[in-house]
Design a protein around this ligand. Structure first.
Ligand SMILES: Cc1ncc(COP(=O)(O)O)c(C=O)c1O
Length: 391
């Protein structure tokens, strides 16, 4: 047998893949399943954004576009970063348009990593953060972000995880799966630590506009010269299927990322880019996204109200600071997250994501996504509590 790329043997995602397969199989059999496991907005993309794409298609925007992105979209991204984070980016040299946030993250790591480099990644964190590092032949070194510390790694933990091979740290705030994000002071101290050890900061900010209190600080605001900002329109504009995002980083990083893009995807489809530029700059579209944020805030309040009413000691719901997830603490059940999710699915038809899919610190937790209808959220939460109380 011909050999394969051995790196893929190191990537483990069996629990979530088998759970997803099982959900699909149950749905195919016609079983009613309350799906609260995926992180995909239940809102439609604002219709004016779709109209912009259609108009571009009809105008013949159906050929290759520049590999780094159209100048209109790069300027729109720079405008967004100035408007929302008050940071200046040069749209010609510091921005690359990508195929969604995941491709921006891939481009970021690919541009800076050499085989055997260590990358510090909080635990829990979206599984792709570690998996991508491994795919690119780096070592994913997990830094505990325990529940008891608000799911933020204590500053000393970064230092303790440091090795001579450490090249980068990965941040994702607000976090998937916890919604947590740190204070500006914390980020400032972390950027000083990164400067002291000459580390890149890869900051995944795809949930950056989804927050319920003070605006989270972008890594660009405290460490622009070493920050690789990963972002997309997927979550903030309900555009997950459009596959458009960006990397904002120092010019030499963008130069590498551009070579990678030219030699892999060529470009993001031009009509998609035109719609993305429209979405980022059109004022009515910003109101549409503000409406979605208000809806998520209402659903968050609903879960907190239900948790207060149920007073369960087995399903503990702490208020997320951002994103659209609750990371429910079900450790009192003393079952694995995978067992909890499998049993919830099989016994009461509620689909949630096991916390262990995000790292060892997520064991005993389950992620409930509130990008779903209030009726589903309420039924899903109540069934979860009833089930847990019956154990
Ligand atoms: C933390 C995080 N980053 C990136 C992504 C990917 O976003 P995109 O759809 O823009 O590729 C996701 C999607 O779930 C995510 O949760």
């Amino acid at each position: 047998m011909q050999p394969l790329n051995r790196q893929f043997e190191l990537i483990r995602q069996s629990a979530t893949v088998s759970l997803t397969d099982r959900i699909l199989a149950l749905k195919a059999q016609g079983k009613p399943i309350i799906s609260l496991q995926v992180g995909d907005p239940d809102f439609g993309t604002p219709p004016a954004v779709a109209d912009a794409a259609l108009a571009a298609l009809q105008r013949g925007q159906t050929h290759y576009a520049p590999s780094n992105g159209t100048s209109a979209l790069r300027r729109a991204i720079a405008h967004k970063m100035k408007r929302d984070e008050n940071v200046e980016y040069d749209s010609d040299s510091e921005i690359l348009v990508t195929n969604g946030g995941i491709h921006a993250y891939y481009s970021a790591l690919q541009s800076i990593l050499n085989p055997g480099d260590d990358v510090l990644i909080p635990d829990p964190s979206w599984a792709t953060h570690a998996n991508m590092t491994i795919m690119l032949r780096g070592n994913a070194v997990r830094v505990a972000a325990p529940a008891e510390n608000g799911f933020i790694p204590p500053l000393d933990s970064w230092r303790e995880a440091l090795t001579p091979r450490t090249r980068a740290i990965v941040l994702n705030y607000p976090s998937n799966p916890t919604g947590a994000y740190p204070s500006r002071d914390y980020l400032q101290s972390l950027s000083e630590f990164a400067a002291e050890h000459d580390l890149w900061i890869v900051s995944d900010e795809v949930y950056g506009s989804l927050y319920y209190g003070e605006r989270p600080t972008s890594a660009a605001e405290v460490a622009k010269d070493r920050a690789l900002i990963v972002n997309s329109l997927s979550k903030s504009y309900a555009m997950t299927g459009w596959r458009v995002g960006y990397l904002a980083a120092p010019p030499r990083v963008i130069a590498n990322a551009l070579k990678a893009s030219q030699n892999s995807i060529t470009c993001v489809a031009p009509f998609i880019q035109e719609a993305a530029a429209f979405a980022l700059t059109d004022s009515a579209t910003q109101s549409a996204t503000a409406f979605m944020r208000a809806e998520y805030a209402q659903r968050r309040a609903l879960v907190l109200r239900l948790a207060d009413e149920c007073q369960s000691e087995r399903v503990i719901a702490s208020p997320p600071q951002g994103a659209f997830y609750f990371f429910l603490d079900m450790r009192p059940l003393k079952m694995s997250s995978v067992e909890i999710c499998e049993r919830l699915l099989n016994e009461v038809g509620v689909a949630l994501m096991p916390g262990s899919a995000f790292g060892a610190q997520g064991e005993g937790f389950v992620r409930l996504c509130i990008a779903a209808s209030e009726a589903d959220i309420e039924a899903g939460f109540r069934k979860t509590v009833e089930w847990a109380e019956g154990q």
